[in-house]
Design a protein around this ligand. Structure first.
Ligand SMILES: Cc1ncc(COP(=O)(O)O)c(C=O)c1O
Length: 468
């Protein structure tokens, strides 16, 4: 396994895969000779599934996005048309975002908050406008509550160090979930080891979701200072009831940090409605550039937090042996920020808003139902997460008995299908499921029913190759 948790292809050579691929291209043809093959029979089984009553609902589905906005999707990979099913790892970027980056560098590039000249004023205006766009997007009360970071990981570390080091003492408890992404576990382990705080873990319920009962009972100790959990699991695809968790946590005197990496890009999220204390997300998963993410925090908490990093931009006065700090949000944004990336993220948010987060959510729900129903019919498949499709978002992690998930991903890539394999930065979760990894297909608003059909065809063929 490599450092990212992805398996190297264990036994399939590129040469034999290419041979298989040449063969597989003929399977679509309905000639009688091919009908005799086992592979074709399986493909026909899938074709029959596609004409099931459920498909009527999906047949009338229209992708809410103009796919021409995403030129990257229109390419051929290894002789197959690209089917990008890895948006939970990172999303593709629409032209408006690329144009915003280009426009910024062509016309407005300068450092922010410092210069008296026109370009600096323009750069500052564009950077702060992006912050305001994000503020409205997540329903924050003020612009100062949005702190730009490099990504969600940095945003969680910011809270862990800037809030945790000053507020945790030996014996205090932090509630995490076994299903959390490593970025919402490891920073807390580092802080717990420095403060003497104790980590407690929420387990999965019988539906393979974070157990609400587990949150409730862990909060009863009276020692919990913070609950850190995901809004949507990047492996199991469930949506946590954050409002309920927040209500219980606040009654127990604890704060709540929500990792919204997999929710903010796909559904309406309002921080006031959730009543969470902190919320983090990454720009690159929501059509924005890499290198930009954000932290939302309640103002009183952010005001009382010590700076995470020290340097330029975040100070008021610097003396020989001490400094005073600037106001929010600058106090928590040391050094020259990722200005162009923030501008790009602002453009991405405007793009999402134009389509409508409720439209994106309901489209993805239908598409994910379609994907789930068809995956479920594959022999010897285990799909992780709730079996109740109404409780799932547009991603499915699965394993097929006797097939290594990374071999599956490698064979699918030869037909242009991009899925992910490995532990998806959730080793605790995979361990609790008794597996070391899984394959993950994740959807976004630009995916179509036809792409899922194409994925399913490729999947049946890949299984045949790997099972032989
Ligand atoms: C649920 C969740 N949290 C956190 C992260 C970390 O995001 P980043 O690497 O952009 O900081 C991811 C990325 O996959 C994620 O899916």
């Amino acid at each position: 396994m490599n450092r990212c948790g992805c398996w190297k292809t264990s036994f399939v050579t590129q040469y034999s895969l290419k041979q298989e691929k040449l063969l597989s291209k003929t399977w679509y043809s309905p000639s009688l000779t091919r009908l005799r093959s086992r592979r074709t029979r399986r493909f026909l089984t899938f074709a029959t599934l596609l004409s099931s009553p459920h498909s009527d609902k999906v047949n009338s589905l229209h992708c809410p996005v103009n796919r021409e906005d995403f030129p990257i999707l229109h390419q051929t990979i290894e002789n197959g048309k690209l089917v990008y099913l890895d948006s939970a790892a990172t999303s593709q970027k629409p032209l408006v975002v690329l144009e915003a980056l280009r426009n910024y560098y062509l016309h407005n590039n300068a450092n922010v908050h410092r210069g008296a000249h026109t370009l600096s004023a323009r750069a500052t205006e564009a950077y702060e406008r992006a912050r305001q766009t994000l503020q409205h997007f997540i329903g924050a009360e003020s612009r100062e509550q949005v702190i730009f970071t490099r990504n969600a990981t940095e945003a969680i570390n910011l809270v862990a160090y800037a809030w945790g080091l000053d507020n945790l003492k030996p014996g205090d408890e932090l509630i995490l979930a076994t299903s959390n992404h490593h970025s919402n576990i490891v920073p807390w382990q580092l802080i717990a080891s420095r403060t003497g705080a104790v980590l407690k873990y929420v387990v999965l319920d019988s539906q393979q979701q974070d157990s609400l009962e587990s949150f409730k009972s862990l909060l009863e100790s009276g020692k919990v200072r913070l609950v850190a959990c995901s809004h949507v699991s990047n492996v199991l695809g469930f949506i946590n009831d954050i409002k309920q968790i927040t209500q219980w946590a606040h009654s127990a005197g604890a704060l709540v940090l929500v990792d919204a990496c997999q929710s903010v890009p796909h559904m309406p999220v309002n921080v006031v409605d959730l009543d969470c204390d902190f919320l983090v997300a990454s720009g690159h998963k929501m059509c924005g550039p890499t290198g930009i993410g954000f932290l939302y925090g309640k103002e009183s908490l952010l005001e009382n937090m010590s700076p995470f990093l020290g340097g330029g931009e975040m100070i008021a006065e610097v003396y020989e042996d001490y400094s005073t700090f600037s106001v929010l949000p600058h106090k928590l944004e040391a050094g020259t920020p990722a200005i162009a990336e923030a501008v790009g993220l602002g453009a991405a948010v405007e793009y999402l808003q134009e389509i409508g987060l409720d439209v994106i959510h309901s489209y993805e729900k239908c598409l994910s139902e379609y994907l789930y129903r068809h995956l479920k019919d594959i022999p010897n498949i285990t799909i992780y997460g709730p079996q109740d499709i109404t409780k799932r978002v547009g991603l499915c992690c699965f394993n097929i008995k006797g097939i290594h998930a990374s071999d599956l991903a490698a064979v699918l890539d030869l037909e242009g299908v991009a899925i992910r394999s490995g532990h998806h930065c959730a080793q605790l979760l995979h361990r609790s499921l008794g597996i070391s990894g899984s394959a993950r297909a994740s959807l976004y608003m630009y995916n179509t029913k036809e792409e899922i059909d194409s994925f399913m065809g490729s999947l049946y063929r890949s299984i045949d190759i790997l099972k032989r």
